[in-house]
Ligand binder design. Sequence first.
Ligand code: ADP
Length: 179
Amino acid sequence: MGPPGAGKGTQGELLARRLEIPRYSTGDILRQALRDGTPMGLEAKRYMRAGELVPDGVILGIVGEILAHEDSDAGFLLDGFPRTVAQAEGLRRLLLETGDDLDAIVDLSVPDAEIMKRLSTRGRKDDLQETIRRRLEVYGAKKKPLLDWYENSGVKVVSVQGVGDIDHIQADILEQLAL
Ligand code: ADP
């Protein structure tokens, strides 16, 4: 987890490649659905453009599909999910069904000012100043309850500063995960 523009995709991709496991990004899946013009894409669009979270039910539907077909023995990495306590609870139910377990949560933190700088040059359709501000607000409101929930559930939470050299950040993640 991490705020918009924290580098979850970049670091997640590196980590997944290194561990030879698949990476599933709910944001990427939603953007693809939007490009394909599917009913889910159409529903998600207004939330994404406004910087709001897509409803938990839609997201849990996506993740449920993924986990139902997921067969990597080595495990998998979820990027951008869960983002709310309801999603974390949904994930726990799904994992009970598949018999999988969460090894760790990686919490990537980056100061707001740095986020604003990064995203104003990225140019994605939801990277307008107003939308970025709203996404940061939403993230700020959801982050603590979610981290608390995981800490109470006894899941290992690894906190890494997402500023500086990409490879150094990755090394930091690996070190803290003890991999
Ligand atoms: P960012 O982290 O930069 O916002 P993402 O690609 O992770 O980028 O997400 C983009 C948008 O997709 C979010 O602003 C939100 O509207 C939607 N989204 C992605 N994942 C979730 C999720 N787990 N729960 C709710 N909405 C989500």
